[in-house]
Ligand binder design. Structure first.
Ligand SMILES: [Mg+2]
Length: 234
């Protein structure tokens, strides 16, 4: 028996495109390089994630600040309040998010495999993440009790305790656990430190020093290919 655990944002669906779209539609102009915008947005995101998960700021304030910091670092002119406007627009765009057809069929197959147990470990505030889980319809494939949201758990990735929590939920040993995610620091290093296997969806092709994942892919198609081959151990 193996456990296959998913991160949600930018793993099960691509969130980064929504951030860029939200910024461009609010500013009424291009933000320039998509890759740079996403990289900087994610760098500044690391700076206020803890405040969000501890309930010190709302998701709206959190994302508003991230947008404005990104605009500043990229020398993109903006008006006061544009960050929060972009955060609100991002939420509207998110309400239309969905899994790709291919991801849905991969999940159908995995769910029907008696040798595989599926789970989710996601960072972020409870309400916000559970809304996404509902919008994406993830409970069709993944049991409610096997979905861990950091905002509920009181710890977040890469803290090893959140990975141990998932082992307990599934009743499996670390060596039978596989994590999938786009963030090396949170998903991949966290899982490897917990003694798990890891599949890294490294869309931005970044290089890191540290323990290596079992599998690394750089695009959604290859990621879905890997998942469609995922089986219980022989
Ligand atoms: Mg992610």
């Amino acid at each position: 028996m193996r456990g296959l655990i998913f991160d949600i944002d930018d793993t099960l669906y691509s969130r980064q495109i929504l951030f860029v779209k939200a910024a461009e539609e609010v500013l009424g102009k291009s933000v320039g390089s998509l890759t740079d915008f996403v990289r900087i947005f994610y760098d500044v995101s690391d700076l206020n994630t803890r405040d969000l998960e501890q309930g010190k700021i709302t998701t709206r304030e959190c994302n508003g600040w991230r947008f404005e910091q990104t605009f500043k670092r990229m020398d993109i002119p903006f008006k006061a309040g544009d960050g929060v406007k972009a955060a609100d627009h991002y939420l509207r765009l998110q309400s239309r998010m969905c899994l790709s057809d291919r991801m849905r069929s991969v999940l159908d197959r995995l769910k029907d495999d008696p040798g595989i147990r599926l789970g989710v470990i996601t960072a972020g505030a409870s309400d916000h993440q559970w809304n996404k889980i509902k919008m994406l319809g993830l409970e069709k494939w993944i049991d409610h009790e096997n979905i861990i949201v950091a905002g509920d758990a009181g710890v977040t990735k890469p803290d090893v305790r959140i990975f141990r929590m998932m082992e307990d939920r599934l009743g499996l040993d670390p060596s039978d656990m596989w994590m999938t995610g786009d963030s090396y620091k949170h998903d991949i290093k966290g899982a490897l430190d917990a003694g798990w296997h890891a599949i890294w969806l490294n869309r931005r092709g970044i290089r890191v020093s540290g323990p290596e994942p079992d599998v690394e892919v750089t695009d959604d198609e290859s990621f879905e290919d890997i998942l469609s081959l995922f089986k219980d151990q022989d």
